[in-house]
Write a protein that binds this ligand. Sequence first.
Ligand code: RAM
Length: 930
Amino acid sequence: MFFCQLKQAYKAFWLCIVFLTTACGVIEPSANKLAAPVNLKVGEGFVNPIGYYESLPRFSWQLPEESEQKQQQSYQIQVASSVNFTAKSLLWDTAKINSNSNAWIRYQGQPLTSRQQVFWRVKTWDEQNQMSSWSEVQSIELGLLGNHDWLAKWVGHPNPDGIYNRPQYLRKIFNLDKPIAQARLYITAKGIFKPYLNGKAISNDVMTPGWTPYHKRIETLTYDITQHLKQGENAIGAVLAEGWHTGRIFGPTKKDYVLPMRLIAQLEVQYTDGTTNTIKTDESWQSSVQGPVRSAGNYDGETYDANFEMPGWNTVNFDDSDWLAVNFESIDTQVQLKPKRHAAASNILKLPAVEIVSVKDGVAIFDMGQNMVGVPEIQLPAKQGQAIKLRFSEALEHGQFYVKNYRSAKSTDFYTPKADGVINYRPQFTFHGYRYVEVSGYDTNFEPELAWLSGHVLHSNFTLYDNFKSNHSKLNKLSDNVSWGLRGNFLDVPTDCPQRDERLGWTGDAQVFVSTSMYKADVYAFWAAWLESLREDQGIDGMIPKFVPFRPFLTDGTAAAWGDAATIVPWELYQYTADINVLAENYSMMKRWIAYTEFHSFDYISNIGTYGDWLQPYSTNGRAKGDTHPDLIATAYYARSVEIAAQTADLLGYKADAEQYNKLFLKIKQKFRNYFFDQELNLVSTAIKTIKRDKGKRLRKPIKSEIQLITTQTSYLLPLAFNLFNQHEQDLAVSKLLALLKESDNHLKTGFLGTPMLHQILQRYGHSDLMYEILLKETYPSWFYSINHGATTTWERWDSYSLTDGYNKANMNSLNHYAYGAVAQWFYNGMLGIQALEPGFKRFEINPQFTSKLNNLNGSVPTINGDIKVYWQIRQGKLSMTIDVPKNTQAQLNLPSVEQVTITQNKSVIHGNKHTLEPGLYQISGVIRF
Ligand code: RAM
């Protein structure tokens, strides 16, 4: 007995010693180290970035899949100025931090400065306090963080003829007289640019620097050009075209808004002896507008004339004596030059043409098989002086080439050959949205061949996930179509459409699609960057424009549910990533937007105008704004924004704000409930009070008007989604919604705003079966209707096109619009059943919505901890399932409709349809009860 106690005391003593020493990091308990963390990222997903934008970077990593470690108990990060992490070079060492956080850890050393290069590494400990090896060393190099770093000037062709839109060629020769250790090019433009060194393009980026509110901020690019330079004479050159800065935006009429194109570049060379040399744009540069690219615009296309080619113009061996000295301007203090904070657009994919649809009178129509966004590449026989003409179309109409839905966008490329023979051409300074290409002007002695044409798909350079497959080919097609809609409309800014004379960052479209896009692609940085533009474009009164970047002269103001992107986009990004930074960065924008809405409301009813449930089918008189009352929509969104702000304030520690917004939310909720609905939860049918907006001024008194509220699916969907009915009334509201759906034979009758709410609400209230029915409908209006009529992307309208009647003739009709693609979120949340229980999926539920209509599904949700993978298959009522729970997370398995559940992991077996699952791979079987 005594011995036993002694033994226990002895054991406790040693455990204590081991605990103390390991906790202090003195002795490590195990010589066998755990595998090192992997997938190290900086900020919103950068890997070893150069030209980075944050002086206090954030660090993320994952536990390796093959490691025995299941959870992270602690971590240590080190940042150093040398790759060897010598004691002297350490800039920041967290020491061992007891935390399971593995993402968005902010550097707390001395803020990093422009050009600074640092190295970082991380290690972790598991629950048994076993330590991992250090990760591989990663690096970060900062760009030029502020205007003070720029010694260069804005330069451009002097343009004696006042033709501001003609593409410019710029060049300079410089001498490097010592061996080169390292060189960087910092560069950007007012317009878009393509840079060359010694005759070679230095990157595949396109349309750089992309589109921001140029009057406030222009993003700068950083390139490692060490390999492009040589000791002795070198030549730098750039082509400059109008892009978004100088080109027309929206419609044909705004040519008067002409701002000259300009380039700014700073080439910084470090010699091996430690000295430096900086070459910059200044008065010594030469320029010409006599190059082969004669014109280029986003909407209208590019015109290239090979007769104007200037061989060697971007090399040392070129006579530029007839070029003109540039005009130059100092950098403007009010326009910030800042490192680009997301990947530039690039040539991501190359598609072959799949069919030659017709050839007639020297005009051939090619089919790319896919509605895509980018540029063609042609390689075909041509005749001297005879221009090749390329036109683009999204769909043929009864075999005819159709371009009317491009409106005023000419979307046409021309190439004039300087000699007979095979030419090769790909436009550089434009992009088109198309599936079909009409090629004319080629040498008609030859028969067109498929090999003449291919398509370069352009979008911001992020990864699209291949993470959904089922046994249902149309569902798979829909998933692909949503991905293609995303590709096509994520070219530097999120756009409504990529083809007509619009292509704008409509805020409403963005807020309905942002969450879905995160399941389909690695687009966090893309959105975080756009939010910076949103903040910059917010009015002094808090107004958030309808589209961003905004051009104030085009149209005034905002719209409810569009401006609410200010709260919804950051909130949805936070839900997906758990990065509190996106809330912190945007909180004051949220507050100001709410203040704006408050100002434009009367007695808690918002009167901000809205585009409504945009493009709702079967609306009265076909009105685009749909039938749901604008005040109902505006007030529902007002409530939603306030609730988001309350939760954000709470998370950020602004308790007083949180309290105030919570109170406001309840007031709006109560008012909303009683103002728009009667006791029985029917929409008030009699004339109601509405309020007229007194242009820009505070509303004084309500004005009675005779507007009737029309009952719509969306008028129940929004309040259910935004929690605006009382708890005990929700079932009643759902039954009203179900009745409305039934009335339309279980078809949706929703536009941009109502549609994304359908799957959320139907699943939440136990009607996933109905969601399947709606989703798998073949008849109009439905997603499959578009597929049945040849869609390879998602459309702007439910009836944008039909094989029998061709295009919907409405003036506004794009075949590549992502808004209705929002439903794809349900593929992950509903069909695969992966729902976050905590932001960032640290804890998540797996509750697939099984259906007799599908027999297998395979997919994943990429998270900050790795991929959550789910596969399920049903055969004759028997379920087999595989689940992969990533390291450092926990899953709640919930299979209410499955009996006799057996869960196997590494030969250990448990039973029951509700379980907490630790990281690992699980096999599950059971019997489905439909
Ligand atoms: C059109 C587009 C866009 C929408 C606006 C209101 O320009 O359909 O997607 O947001 O209208």
